[in-house]
Design a protein around this ligand. Structure first.
Ligand code: ZN
Length: 262
């Protein structure tokens, strides 16, 4: 079974000059699908171009909470129009959410952008790619209050076991990335042991968060099998079974990614 990287920023600079070559190397590691989340409005066109150019890539435009000072109200209108005109080329809305970990966060304004994008995802029948730090209760309450039922992924999951269970009830899966390979990620290791395998999908967040012991500071989706091996190790389950299950978990949310299988 192949792997799908449910969160990687292949539109970012370190990959620009070598995308074809990177995809080729990823195929060598059986990583055959990639979901590219958006960050700011200026990059959406490029994101959509990549989605059209590479059959392996699916895209999720959105306004990232860490860049709230950069976002303009008009960007929400632009996102709406993008979803209206390019719905068939778009897989999810992301990455969106709340980040109460960053310094100088305008929490009120983060919430305005988050709510507006949840409503849009619902209107256009799309799942969400969530970015959440130190704000899981607030995100869970918002999803519930807005009656959002299309699910999605909580990327780079950092919440508690109880919060994880509430996300699962709301149709979300938890994105497991390089952090699982860190010796001190005890809470996350406990979470991956405690929940059913149906709760998880894999991600690298490339170019960030390289797995422990990585030689390069630039993370790439080629590291996905290593993340999966760490997950199997903590669950004490055969890696083959874990790979298969995580692949079908991803297709459950994004059936259109099956087309990348050759
Ligand atoms: Zn990201």
């Amino acid at each position: 079974m192949p792997y799908i990287d449910t969160h990687c920023h292949l539109d970012f600079e370190p990959f620009a000059s070598e995308l074809e070559e990177l995809i080729r190397r990823c195929h060598g590691e059986k990583v055959t699908g990639f979901i590219l989340p958006g960050v700011t409005c200026e990059r959406w066109d490029h994101l959509l171009d990549l989605g059209l150019q590479f059959k392996e890539m699916a895209v999720a435009p959105g306004l990232h909470p860490c860049f709230v000072e950069h976002h303009q109200d008009s960007h929400l209108k632009e996102l709406h129009s993008l979803l209206e005109h390019h719905r068939k080329d778009i897989t999810a809305v992301g990455e969106v959410g709340l980040d109460f970990y960053i310094k100088s966060p305008d929490r009120q304004r983060q919430m305005v952008f988050f709510e507006a994008q949840v409503v849009m995802a619902d209107k256009f029948v799309l799942p969400l790619l969530l970015h959440v730090r130190k704000a899981h209760d607030e995100v869970l309450q918002t999803i519930r209050r807005l009656k959002f039922t299309r699910g999605g992924i909580v990327h780079c999951y950092s919440g508690s076991l109880q919060q994880a269970e509430r996300y699962l009830e709301l149709g979300f899966k938890l994105g497991i990335g390089g952090v699982i390979t860190y010796g001190n990620a005890h809470r996350l290791q406990k979470i991956v042991r405690s929940l059913p395998l149906s709760a998880f999908v894999l991600e690298t967040d490339a170019p960030d968060i390289p797995p422990a012991g990585s030689l390069s500071p630039i993370n790439t989706p080629e590291n996905l099998p290593e993340i999966c091996r760490a997950l199997s190790r903590y669950r004490d389950e055969p890696s083959e079974e874990v790979v298969n299950r995580l692949y079908s978990n991803t297709l459950e949310l994004f059936p259109q990614l099956a087309r990348t299988e050759r």
